[in-house]
Design a protein around this ligand. Structure first.
Ligand code: MN
Length: 339
């Protein structure tokens, strides 16, 4: 998926330090509807980044879409400096990218695209047979910031169709990335991180890495943590320093758990780019715009490459998402405010 905001704000995300995190806490950070462009805008709710909470570990972006019957239709667009993590909850998505991938991802399967120096991709809902109703679509898209020593690497794509399932006191969990409750995801990641899709009922205890900060997004049902309600909607920030998390869950509760070592590098996020400086992001934008109207061969040789099926020779499906204009103002640092 893409950040389709028509006028995205530049976001400077200051580095987190272990001293800058509050230790165990529970803070509710509200979801917000993001005005999206495009002909068939989707119902997207964003819970990361937040003003005051730019990252949780290296997780730097969290969008939820659906449940509804809107068909995702996202033309080729670029990324740098991040990994996209696509986790469908309902509906099937066809992913094509400039490293040659053309795959369908389904609920329970994970797509991870590593942008590195530059990649482009498209994402389309798999449509039903002619005359049939569009099936319900629902899912999550997350971004993970790449640390400096990996952010210029060659782009890559992985699909994992079978992920490990962990279980423990009152819960079962599909481990998307990293390690959780003794199960290790095969996904290639570049910083100490965890992501899991957890189901639980009644009382449970989650084992956590106390070096990590964590967040929970309730998908179905609801939780109580530290005697406070954590309902569906907001992102619950749990801080660092927890080796276990006792929870009380309503029947049928399901939630996303994300975490990682507090990210120690300042990030500059704008549109679909995760960089470090204004000039770097401006160059990334200019190089995407410079790919407009190129032949397929020239597109394939350019920074963001060619998403086959969308080039000038592709007919009705051809197209790309143009970059919005950069704002004319200098950047304003965004502070963590989680204490
Ligand atoms: Mn994208």
């Amino acid at each position: 998926m893409t950040n389709l905001e028509i006028a995205p704000q530049q976001e400077v995300c200051p580095p987190a330090s272990p001293n800058g995190t509050p230790g165990p806490c529970l803070q509710l950070w509200p979801e917000r509807e993001v005005p999206l462009g495009g002909v068939r805008a989707m119902n997207v709710k964003r819970t990361l980044p937040q003003r005051g909470l730019p990252t949780i570990g290296a997780w730097c972006f969290l969008d939820s879409f659906g449940p509804d019957r809107t068909a995702m239709s996202v033309l080729p667009h670029p990324h740098i400096g991040l990994q996209t993590v696509t986790w469908p909850l309902a509906g099937h998505i066809r992913h094509r990218d400039s490293v040659g991938s053309d795959v369908v991802v389904r609920p329970g399967e994970l797509n991870i695209m590593t942008a590195g120096h530059g990649v482009s991709h498209s994402e389309f809902a798999v449509l039903p047979p002619a005359g049939a109703e569009m099936p319900v679509q629902r899912g999550l898209q997350l971004w993970v910031a790449l640390p400096d020593q990996h952010r210029h690497r060659q782009p890559a794509f992985e699909q994992h169709r079978a992920l490990p399932v962990a279980s423990g006191e009152g819960f079962t969990a599909t481990v998307m990335v990293g390690e959780f409750a003794g199960a290790v995801s095969p996904a290639t990641m570049y910083s100490p991180i965890v992501g899991a899709d957890v189901s639980c009922e009644g009382d449970g205890v989650l084992p956590l890495d106390p070096r990590f900060e964590h967040g929970i997004l309730v998908l179905d049902g609801g939780l109580a943590v530290d005697g406070q309600d954590l309902p569906a909607g907001p992102l619950g920030y749990l801080g660092t320093g927890r080796s276990e998390l006792p929870i009380q869950a309503l029947p049928g509760t399901r939630f996303l758990l994300i975490g990682g070592e507090p990210f120690g590098e300042e990030l500059l996020m704008w549109w679909n780019f995760v960089g470090r400086t204004h000039d770097e992001v401006e160059q990334a934008r200019d190089e995407w715009e410079a790919q407009t109207g190129l032949s397929d061969a020239d597109t394939a040789a350019a920074r963001y490459g060619l998403v086959r099926g969308h080039g000038p020779d592709a007919g009705a499906e051809a197209g790309r998402i143009p970059a919005p204009p950069l704002p004319g103002v200098r950047l304003t640092p965004r502070k963590r405010a989680v204490d």
